[in-house]
Design a protein around this ligand. Structure first.
Ligand code: ADP
Ligand code: MG
Length: 726
């Protein structure tokens, strides 16, 4: 079958639909993968490689060896061990040479994954029982990606080892399709027309292959090292481009001036004295950093990084107070304004409540603006609590400069929101907003507002250097005194009962608990959500029926409607629900001080930093908090990672550890930072990150507009334009 149309010159921007005959389903599949042009296609990189040396014929397997086989599922069922009665899965797998039984003890659920005729790759130990070989507890990858030629050539004896690229697939576009069509556009000459955006001297300095070589090597490596070198180049490129964008933002920010703010020390001391606690040394240091920025007359660009509960709101409130009580230099009327943006309505509400508490009785008005409405504090009607107002009215006050502090969700950056004198923009968990621009809040070409980004998401230093390359960083690495530290425990099957009894007695004492069900790694986001929902629902039913029939059990997951979620959360807050079975959605936004226990099922599926954040949900009160870590995984790395969670108390330490303990390619979570899996490989390598940073800084210092590098400028413009709030 010839899917190629008549000979055409293939340029990078040529549409694939113009060179290949594509079915409608294939077109859909390609667009789902983000592939429209020849350039998209050759930039669609393999996720990994397989070599033919890895794969064994079923007929050639011998007892005792560790082997990888590839075959078709003939049948699969759940079963019980003959004597032991252990639940298990039994399946038969077949390739062109033979058939073998695969057995998974304790993992009856695997049967559900193995529909007949599915392709699967199994790696495990070959065992023997009554003269018959079987493969025991193999690692399983369901696949239809490989071998490139299932019908023979791969399995011919005596053939040399070949490396095959394995691409992430979608319905109708298989790994094999991608491989063949990439080869075709190579032959059609696309590589003659691509231009390398990275300056030659930089490539030479770090011994990186040129773009053309790297593209060939990444798709068709002759040997493993070719693929490695190519991946290294693209990883470098990704980080370099981000750094370049950040360095440019940074240079551009410095061209603006910022409001000079020097708060009256006495008034500031009086304000901080209103709080029912003494600031920690970290909080004091953070405020010193901020006030020293405020003095400079340049726009501050600072990241405040502190674990959940480290007291970032206090820092935000004091900075907001200083700004809201300062008159803008250029006019005598009114004061500077503060915008405080949170990623969810719940969080915005929470900040609003905290601010009401902090600013009670002061002549400083505070507004709340979210998708669902507007509120103001104080008002004539209600001097001690919030009053609902119309959005239009609130916006008028903001525009007139009469409302000094406005808290809200991304509703704050909509066009109709105009500040008269925005002096400070505070953003909580900025990365959750997606694309943002500081210029959206501030009118152009006047003084830029100060910018304070806050995050509780612990990330490794290399990642921080990359994505926050334009921000100065302050760490809040200390918890308020007197807080009981959380007791974290790994729970094995044997002491599960004990854990349940402990939950029971704590709940009887009036406490509440979260039970988190695992994220399931599904390439299809919708399906993943559905699966999560299913496991949450099933677990909640099981618990309610068999474990805690005396308690009220609620559920919370991403597939629920907003009002259902809202209702569940408020019931939980009220204490009407004792146990909340949820997905990791509770990671953001839940603040229920009375919930002091969290059980995390399938913990190996979460990143350490994420686990740490989940755990942070239950350290919101003076009651002793408990975190229970459950896992079925016996892998050494999993165990090591989870043990670190028991011993480490600090999120940054865990983030670093996560990075070193997870292999490249296993690092997920890059996407939330706009970094691909390949880019995350660079993040593991401090030298590479530093090199990218140095080179980016050098280029921007020499040529801040990148006038001499139009190609680089174009790449940054198309990719990194709106990724930061600058
Ligand atoms: P974060 O936003 O960093 O997760 P919050 O600002 O919500 O943390 O603070 C968590 C809790 O700790 C709040 O109830 C706050 O009032 C309290 N808190 C903040 N700073 C201190 C401190 N220095 N001493 C005691 N409690 C504090
Ligand atoms: Mg907070």
């Amino acid at each position: 079958m010839n899917s190629q149309k008549n000979s055409v010159i293939v340029l990078p921007q040529t549409l694939l639909a113009d060179i290949f005959r594509l079915t409608e389903i294939q077109k859909k599949g390609l667009s789902k993968l983000g592939i429209m042009t020849a350039s998209d296609l050759i930039h669609y990189f393999p996720t990994r490689y397989t070599s033919t040396a890895e794969i064994k014929h079923i007929a050639n397997l011998i007892k005792g060896e560790e082997a990888t086989i590839y075959g078709r599922v003939v049948s699969a069922k759940t079963a019980k061990g003959f004597k032991s009665k252990i639940p298990m899965t039994e399946a038969f797998i077949e390739d062109s040479t033979g058939r073998i039984k695969a057995v998974w003890f304790h993992q009856a659920y695997i049967a559900k994954w193995l529909s007949p005729d599915a392709m699967a790759k199994l790696s495990g130990r070959i065992e023997e029982r009554s003269g018959t070989l079987y493969i025991a507890n193999p690692e399983l990858v369901r696949t239809n990606e490989l071998p490139l030629d299932v019908n023979g050539s791969l399995f011919h004896a005596g053939q040399e080892t070949v490396f095959y690229p394995v691409y992430s697939e979608t319905k109708s576009i298989t790994s094999r399709w991608l491989h063949h069509h990439i080869q075709k556009v190579f032959v059609m000459g696309v590589l003659d027309h691509i231009v390398d955006p990275i300056p030659e001297d930089i490539l030479a300095r770090y011994h990186l292959p040129t773009l053309r070589t790297a593209i060939v090597w990444i798709h068709a490596p002759q040997k493993e090292n070719d693929a490695k070198a190519a991946r290294k180049r693209f990883a470098f490129e990704e980080v370099f481009m981000i750094q370049l964008a950040r360095q440019r933002e940074s240079a551009q920010t410095k061209e603006h001036s910022g409001f000079r703010i020097e708060p009256d020390q006495k008034a500031l001391a009086q304000f901080t004295a209103r709080f029912p606690f003494k600031p920690t040394a970290s909080q004091t240091r953070a405020l010193e950093d901020i006030f020293s920025d405020f003095k400079k007359g340049l726009p501050m660009a600072r990241l405040l990084e502190g674990d959940v509960g480290s007291g970032k709101t206090f820092v935000a409130a004091v900075a907001a107070y200083a700004v809201a009580t300062t008159a803008p230099c250029d006019n005598k009327f009114g004061n500077l304004q503060v915008a405080y943006m949170a990623p969810t309505e719940i969080l915005a509400e929470q900040h609003f409540k905290s601010f009401i508490e902090y600013f009670k009785g002061m002549p400083i008005e505070i507004g709340l603006l979210t998708g669902s409405g507007a509120k103001k504090f104080p008002s004539k009607l209600n001097p001690i609590g919030p009053t609902s107002v119309s959005k239009a009215q609130l916006l008028k006050w903001v525009e007139g400069g009469k409302l000094p502090i406005l808290i809200g969700t991304h509703a704050l950056i909509q066009k109709n929101v105009q500040f008269k004198n925005l002096g400070l923009a505070i953003v909580d968990e900025q990365h959750r907003f997606g694309t943002l621009q500081r210029s959206k809040l501030a009118k152009k070409d006047i003084v830029l507002p100060h910018f304070l980004s806050m995050t509780a998401t612990p990330i490794p230093r290399t990642l921080a250097l990359t994505i926050y390359g334009n921000l100065d960083i302050t760490l809040l690495d200390e918890m308020p005194a007197g807080r009981l530290s959380i007791k974290t425990e790994m729970v094995t099957k044997d002491n599960r009962k004990k854990m349940e009894e402990h939950l029971r007695s704590e709940i009887k004492n009036g406490r509440q608990a979260y039970i988190i069900c695992p994220r399931i790694n599904e390439p299809d986001r919708d399906k993943e959500l559905a699966l999560q929902a299913k496991s949450v629902t099933a677990e909640a039913e099981r618990i309610a029926a068999h474990i805690f029939p005396e308690f009220e059990v609620g559920i919370l997951h991403g597939k629920m409607k907003p009002d259902e979620k809202e209702w569940t959360m408020s019931e939980f807050k009220k204490g009407a629900i004792h146990i909340l079975v949820a997905t990791s959605v509770i990671e953001v936004g839940m603040n229920v001080p009375n919930a002091t226990m969290i059980v995390i099922e399938g913990a190996e599926r979460f990143g350490l930093a994420q686990l740490h954040q989940l755990r942070g949900r239950v350290i919101r009160s003076n009651h002793q908090a408990y975190c229970y870590i459950l896992t079925d995984s016996t892998s050494e790395t999993s165990q090591k990672r989870l043990k670190a969670l028991v011993s480490a108390k600090n999120g940054f330490e865990l983030a670093e550890l996560d990075l070193t303990l997870r292999g490249a390619g296993e690092l997920s979570g890059g996407t939330q930072w706009g970094i691909s899996d390949l880019g995350m490989e660079a993040i593991k390598n401090i030298k590479m990150v530093e090199a990218a940073r140095t080179e980016a800084a050098r280029l921007v210092a020499e040529d801040s507009e990148l006038a001499e590098h139009p190609l680089l400028r174009a790449v940054i413009k198309s990719k990194h334009k709106d990724t930061h709030w600058e």
